[in-house]
Design a protein around this ligand. Structure first.
Ligand code: CMX
Length: 134
């Protein structure tokens, strides 16, 4: 079951510059940065109520974020939904014809279990499903 929106992720090419923009111009509360090697990204998180904004900078030449930036430029990359049980959510989505990019959960930022669904399956929006760690 989907509980809430966990975060909205935005692809950027210069994390430091964007951190300044989000703190100084928008005045959002900065929560810190994290390198997620498995996803080949460096992230920065901000708090807006109980939703987070995640900035994503590519960590390497084969990062999906680099490909996104080259093809589409900076902008909204994905919406992340918090779920109560990721394995169950993956099965439910597949049973409803959604093409899962991850058939098994993997580890994302903050050690959470995550799975992505293909944007072509969900209205052109890349969707992440996340079950929070302890
Ligand atoms: N949102 C919407 N559409 C997207 C998209 C995105 N983020 N990324 C790609 N697309 C579109 C492409 O533009 C393309 O559209 P067209 O066919 O109309 O041109 C289509 O989806 C398929 O693109 P593709 O070239 O076949 O596939 P890519 O190699 O670009 O891969 C995707 C796209 C989503 C499958 C890949 O990026 C992926 O597996 N993502 C999941 C993992 C990820 O994004 N990790 C980074 C974030 C990690 C984190 O938050 O910690």
């Amino acid at each position: 079951m989907i509980k809430k929106i966990d975060h909205i992720a935005i692809a950027v090419d210069n994390l430091e510059e964007e951190i300044r923009r989000y703190t100084d111009v928008l005045g959002l509360e900065f929560l810190g940065t994290e390198v997620v090697k498995e996803q080949k990204v460096r992230t920065a998180f901000f708090k807006v109520g109980d939703v987070h904004i995640e900035l994503l900078e590519p960590l390497s030449e084969d990062s999906p974020i680099l490909k996104f930036l080259e093809k589409r430029g900076k902008g909204i990359h994905h919406i992340s939904y918090e779920v109560d049980n990721i394995e169950h959510q993956i099965k439910e989505l597949e049973n409803n014809g959604v093409r899962m990019l991850d058939k098994e959960p993997r580890i994302g930022a903050h050690n959470a279990k995550i799975a992505f669904a293909h944007p072509k399956s969900l209205s052109g929006v890349l969707c992440e499903f996340v079950e929070k760690g302890e």
